[in-house]
Write a protein that binds this ligand. Structure first.
Ligand code: PBG
Length: 307
């Protein structure tokens, strides 16, 4: 009887699988702060995607680890960059996958910040052109959806205008609209080699103490043309997910981030709890709060569990 009255269900089609593609390796490499999660070399991308497709997971978000970094993050918008090459390979060899690309400079800049830096400051407007160029290069290479994650003001508008002017009106934007300056991202920074060399991200990511500000950020993104909006992290921000769901009538994504995954894995390793059951409970709570889509490192184990 519980089944017929259950209100919330996490389904495989709600999940988006993050994939770290590393141009510098030849074999998958486990990320030490994210047990059982791997960086994948370019030549293994379709093997990885294929194993997810076999489990019934169809959506992916790609992150790149380039072989070359500079001040301007030029590998992010290089037509021969790691994500651009991966996309062309996917479109040739495992085309059924729905591919979202993370659009940001931090994995590609030598200082690790999400924008152009001058004298210790992150410059918003000069960064917009580079982000738009990156999104365009992803669309050209075959991305289905682009997902700007740098929290620069005006990034959605800059990308929308660029894509439209180049014939990619049909490529939607999933914006990391309400992205907090969170310590839950630290394992990701090891995974994506995107830690910063000075300062922090508080100049562009949101203050963890604010809720109304998240609604303003989301509203601005929707006005600029975002098709899907996101709250990130998820677990410590369920109230924000709920507020966003009640206020806005667009698909809402939540990012169950690296630190949320690592905490579960660490406790599981100690034998303190059952990681899979906990992951299911966490993802169910994120859906119950109002997320339509969840980006999560638990996707594969959850798919196995749902089977
Ligand atoms: C890039 C980006 C980050 C994450 C997703 N895209 C890191 C950051 O902003 O420092 C974090 C994801 C995670 O922790 O799982 N800007």
């Amino acid at each position: 009887m519980r089944e017929i009255v259950a209100e919330t269900e996490v389904r495989k089609k709600d999940l988006i699988v993050p994939i770290f593609i590393d141009e510098n390796i030849k074999k998958p490499a486990e990320i030490s702060s994210m047990p059982s999660y791997f960086r994948i070399p370019l030549n293994a991308v379709c093997d990885e995607i294929g194993s997810c497709l076999d489990l019934g997971l169809k959506s992916f978000i790609l992150f790149g680890i380039p072989s070359y970094k500079d001040e301007m993050g030029s590998s992010a918008y290089d037509r021969e960059g790691v994500i651009q090459r991966a996309l062309r390979q996917i479109r040739k060899e495992c085309d059924e996958a729905l591919i979202v690309t993370d659009v940001c400079l931090c994995e590609y800049t030598s200082h690790g910040h999400c924008g152009v830096v001058d004298g210790g400051e992150i410059l918003n407007d000069p960064t917009l052109r580079l982000i738009a160029e990156t999104a365009l290069s992803h669309a050209e290479a075959g991305a289905d959806i682009v997902a700007p994650s740098g929290m620069m003001d005006g990034m959605v508008k800059a990308i929308r205008e660029k894509l439209d002017s180049e014939g990619f009106e049909n490529v939607p934007i999933m914006s990391y609209s309400a992205k907090y300056a969170s310590n839950f991202y630290s394992p990701f920074r090891e995974a994506a080699d995107s830690g910063f060399t000075f300062g922090d991200r508080k100049g562009y990511q949101m203050d963890i103490r604010n809720g109304n500000e998240a609604l303003r950020e989301i509203e601005l993104d929707i006005r600029e043309g975002a098709d899907i909006v996101m709250v990130k992290p998820a677990l410590a921000y369920l109230d924000i997910i709920r507020m966003a769901k009640e206020r806005f009538n667009v698909p809402l994504a939540a990012y169950n981030v690296s630190g949320e995954y690592s905490m579960v894995k660490a406790a599981e390793k100690q034998g303190w709890l059952d990681g899979k059951v906990i992951a299911h409970e966490i993802l169910t709570s994120i859906k119950r709060a109002g997320a339509d889509l969840i980006i999560t490192y638990h996707a594969k184990e959850l798919a196995e569990m749902l089977d």
